[in-house]
Design a protein around this ligand. Structure first.
Ligand code: TRP
Length: 389
């Protein structure tokens, strides 16, 4: 794999003469620096990202986004995230839409599969679980909002951990629940579907591929107009996060409680998040118990903050609650953009709490590339409880 672009370690606003590949791989290299990855590994990952995006990696940024993707608000087919835990270096992950663009979802699904299978051959990991589900998630005339996304966790050593995200609504929204149930059944998780909480929509079906200790099957659900108290009741894990922990995370991320000391000071005031749904994710790692072994909650902070300075403040409060040093997050934001945080909203897309049995809780922060657009800050937010459509 020879890159057609040179590697840029300087930070800047997207320049019109730059290509999408050049811009996003520059961001990735700088994030790898923050995470303390070796230069050689970082360059391997940059090449992988460029190759996965091909041919649109060569597209100049003065052209519009190559295709519309639900992956990010400005249709950059790349999003970064940091998984943070106390006392360890942050893990950098990159989520990408390898659809290639041309021909809509019917073409981007098979192309995404080719990209994932090429990665699997390259790093010698199995795709049998994905292969077993191909007919379910890749029908001849697929519906939106995605075909296949792929995420890579950039580990030291140059071999990433991989995940694929599939669309339960590929055969239509009304078939989504049945598709999830059947996919879980084929993977041996016969009772998993019944363990899931009530939700408005099945959003993603995700598989871990590659060298994972306990590969997970993950089900993402969307919850419209959710309140903190309702979020607290979503987890179906045994001994997972308690109600108070989930509620506190929700309220701080959504901006109801500026300070953990204020918790409980809201006198039962429990507004609902009506602008963009909160998401939950349950992960399944064994088939015997029928119970999930992990639970995550994703708060789309960008729709509930005026600007990214505010979103970062909330992230810092949350990280401190978990005993996590916020410095790598602050450096990571500076690694992807040179703009002022107050000058836009959406650089921080989601704040998430992730619990996996046997591991310390993690806070994950989703960082937009903003290759195509920065959403302007808002002067004031209407009351959280009001849905804005
Ligand atoms: N952009 C979509 C959304 O905001 C999908 C997505 C991208 C997403 N990254 C995510 C969803 C992280 C949850 C968490 O919903």
């Amino acid at each position: 794999m020879t890159p057609s672009w040179s590697i840029d370690r300087t930070i800047g606003a997207p320049s019109k003469t730059q290509t999408l590949g050049h811009f996003t791989t520059g961001q990735l290299l700088r994030l790898c620096d923050v995470a303390g990855l070796a230069r050689e590994d970082a360059e391997t990952y940059a090449r992988v990202l460029g190759a996965a995006l091909a041919p649109v990696d060569r597209r100049p940024l003065d052209l519009p986004p190559p295709f519309s993707t639900f992956l990010s608000d400005d249709h950059t087919p790349v999003e970064f995230s940091l998984a943070l835990q106390p006392g360890t270096a942050p893990a950098v992950r990159v989520l990408l839409d390898p659809g290639g663009g041309a021909g809509g979802l019917a073409h981007s699904g098979p192309r995404g599969l080719r990209v994932v299978r090429a990665m699997a051959r390259h790093w010698d990991f199995a795709t049998d679980h994905l292969d077993a589900l191909e007919d379910l998630f890749f029908p001849p005339s697929p519906a939106g909002p995605l075909a296949l996304w792929c995420a890579l966790e950039l580990r030291p050593g140059g071999v990433p951990k991989a995940k694929v995200y599939l669309n339960p609504a590929a055969s239509g929204q009304t078939r989504a629940a049945a598709t999830v149930r059947e996919a879980l059944r084929r993977l041996g998780h016969r009772h998993a579907f019944d363990a899931l909480p009530q939700a408005d929509r099945h959003l993603f079906f995700s598989l871990d591929l590659g060298d994972w200790e306990d590969p997970r099957v993950k089900i993402y659900l969307a919850h419209h107009d959710l309140s903190a108290a309702e979020a607290a009741g979503l987890s179906r894990t045994d001994g997972g996060p308690g109600h108070a922990e989930i509620e506190a995370f929700f309220r701080i991320a959504a901006g109801y409680d500026a300070d953990p000391a204020d918790l409980g000071a809201m006198d039962g005031h429990d507004p609902r998040l009506g602008r963009r749904p909160v998401q939950s994710c349950h992960s399944f790692t064994e088939t015997a118990s029928g119970l999930p072994s992990g639970f995550s909650l994703y708060i789309p902070v960008r729709d509930y903050a005026r600007h990214d300075g505010e979103a970062l403040d909330r992230a810092v409060v949350l990280l401190r609650r978990y005993g996590i040093d916020p410095a790598p997050l602050i450096q990571s934001l500076a690694a992807v953009t040179s703009r002022q945080l107050e000058d836009g909203v959406g650089l921080i897309a989601y704040l998430a709490l992730a619990h996996q049995q046997g591991k310390p809780p993690r806070v994950t922060v989703y960082i937009s590339s903003e290759a195509y657009a920065v959403r302007p800050p808002v002067a004031a937010l209407s009351p959280q409880a009001e849905a804005v459509h």
